[in-house]
Design a protein around this ligand. Structure first.
Ligand SMILES: [Zn+2]
Length: 259
């Protein structure tokens, strides 16, 4: 290599290094600290956050802040309060906490309804049983949540339910194109078959009334995965003692650390 080529190479490397530094400093500058009142809401309501060490809490806060600055949250017939924003952010981050660079590229907006709604998003009328859903068709990239169910999910510490976490797990599942209970992004290929067998064995037990898993999980594989993930994040120790195989598989998928 002659001197001119070497000089060019050095200039190119320096320019590249400069660009990398510039990009990363821009990225860091984007993250504002979470307001102190939001941190207090996390501390008062979110068990997952309470159990993190100081550094973990900081990471969690940054990710909630980043989520809230990129996703629109709208109230439909209700007012979105700070606690709703924080709980939605926490529900989004809990399932993906172990993956620092994960962001929900398939979501733009969360719409909050006061209570339950039906599949046509009507608040009045019969069949008002839906607590949350991930939209399809024209509602693609939208999540609908019941404000009451969102808050209940975090206020009840002894059940195994958390509607918002359930819906974010559906979004994770959907990342590979199919909401089918097989989150290919979280599951190495060799574990797909054992996981499917495990799901079916447990769905059978639910149908035979021999399981403590929410019966809604027997609807199909996607619902089973979302329901058992709620159980995993809400009552990890109970799941570990009652269903060690499910616990081990979900721990692997969610790369569980220090929960
Ligand atoms: Zn569901």
């Amino acid at each position: 290599m002659d001197v001119a080529a070497l000089t060019l190479l050095i200039i190119a490397i320096l320019a590249l290094a400069f660009l990398i530094v510039l990009r990363s400093s821009k990225k860091e500058a984007k993250i504002k600290p979470l307001p102190a009142s939001y941190k207090q809401i996390l501390l008062d309501n979110v068990l997952f956050y309470q159990r993190l060490d100081d550094e973990g809490k900081k990471n969690f806060e940054n990710r909630v802040e980043r989520f809230l600055s990129t996703i629109i949250i709208t109230g439909a017939g209700t007012t979105v309060e700070d606690i709703d924003r924080v709980l939605i952010g926490a529900s989004a981050i809990i399932p993906i906490y172990a993956f620092p660079h994960w962001e929900y590229s398939n979501l733009d907006e969360v719409i909050l309804y006061p209570e339950t709604f039906n599949e046509q998003f009507e608040i009045q009328g019969n069949n008002r049983s839906v607590l949350g859903m991930v939209g399809d068709g024209p509602m693609q990239r939208t999540m609908i949540l019941s404000q009451a169910a969102l808050r209940e999910g975090f206020s009840n510490k002894t059940d195994k339910n958390n509607t918002a976490i359930h819906e974010f797990v559906h979004l994770l599942d959907k990342t590979d194109g199919a909401t089918d209970g097989i989150p290919e992004i979280l599951l190495q290929h060799k574990y797909v078959l054992p996981w499917v067998e495990m799901m079916h064995k447990n769905i059978d037990s639910i149908l035979k009334n021999k399981s403590d898993i929410n019966p809604y999980g027997a609807t199909n594989q996607a619902e089973f995965f979302a329901v058992v993930s709620e159980y995993f994040f809400e009552r990890p120790h109970l799941l570990e003692s009652k269903h060690p195989d499910l616990y081990a598989m979900l721990s692997m998928m969610f790369a569980k650390k220090n929960i």
